[in-house]
Design a protein around this ligand. Structure first.
Ligand SMILES: NC(=O)c1ccc[n+]([C@@H]2O[C@H](COP(=O)([O-])OP(=O)(O)OC[C@H]3O[C@@H](n4cnc5c(N)ncnc54)[C@H](OP(=O)(O)O)[C@@H]3O)[C@@H](O)[C@H]2O)c1
Length: 246
């Protein structure tokens, strides 16, 4: 049975990713900071309590917390999905140019999106099975404008993944980024996504709709499959063609 670890697996895209693996009989460990959210998600993912789903609460952006969580994570990992993240600017007042505020805003996004993936991956590389899979969730923001430190952090995820693919390639391990456009039905926008905001983003797509967590999850599932063994170091854009519309 394959062992899957999904950070941020309690909500949104991460939850859908976890559900896709559970549906095919894999064992899934979901991680996040809020224990109650993870427990509720694990109950929904595994209503029969078959033991296929485990919940481990820790802050993926904190090196001490990641180190302490290792005892509760699987001793062999076949697939790591670095999904934890989000635009931390949505949780902060706009900075007023004070350099300390500027720095803290940038650190927050770099920590949430880049360091969380780097730390969890570094901690789990010794446990990664040969022919294992690493999939990190990027964002269309990495290639666009207007997202400030969030876009920069997601762009850094792409550069880091290229290195990771080279480092782990000799072991048959692949490392890729799945880069979504707008995905609704997640906590990402903190309930502040307006109809106008959706319309503007959907207008850029070629298929005229917003993405769903399942759209992203199915791509992750393919990249994690044995059939995707020759696909590494890539950024796979899941955005209805919106990237073309920049
Ligand atoms: N929704 C979109 O339109 C969109 C578009 C492009 C990319 N993305 C990316 O997709 C990924 C998933 O986002 P989502 O849309 O599904 O939003 P979400 O529902 O807010 O999911 C983010 C998850 O990450 C967890 N998380 C955040 N920081 C963490 C940390 N430091 N340590 C551990 N867990 C952490 C959160 O749980 P806790 O708060 O409990 O820790 C939450 O479960 C993110 O990387 C996001 O940047 C989303």
């Amino acid at each position: 049975m394959r062992e899957i670890v999904v950070t941020g697996g309690g909500t949104g895209i991460g939850y859908a990713v976890a559900a896709a693996f559970v549906a095919q009989g894999d064992r899934v460990t979901i991680a996040g900071r809020r224990e109650h959210v993870l427990k509720e998600a694990a109950d929904r993912l595994d209503p029969g309590r078959t033991g296929l789903v485990a919940a481990v609460a820790f802050n993926a952006a904190n090196p001490v917390a990641v180190g302490e969580a290792l005892d509760r994570l699987p001793s062999r990992v076949d697939v790591l999905v670095n999904n934890a993240g989000g635009n931390t600017d949505l949780d902060r007042p706009a900075d007023d140019g004070d350099l300390m505020d500027v720095a803290e805003g940038w650190w927050a996004n770099l920590n949430a999106n880049l360091m969380s993936a780097v730390l969890v991956t570094s901690a789990l590389i010794p446990r990664l099975a040969d022919d294992g899979r690493i999939v990190t969730i990027g964002s269309i923001a990495a290639r666009g404008t207007g997202s400030g430190s969030y876009g920069a952090a997601k762009a850094a995820v792409e550069a880091w993944t290229a290195d990771l693919a080279a480092e782990l390639g000799p072991r048959g391990v692949t490392a890729n980024v799945v880069s979504p456009g707008l995905v609704v039905d997640t906590e990402f926008f903190r309930g502040r996504l307006t109809e106008e905001g959706v319309r503007r983003r959907v207008e850029n797509t070629r298929n005229g709709r917003a993405g769903t967590p399942e759209d992203v999850a199915e791509t992750v599932r393919f990249l994690a499959s044995p059939q995707a063994r020759h696909l590494t170091g890539q950024v796979v854009h899941v955005n209805g063609g919106a990237y073309l519309g920049r």
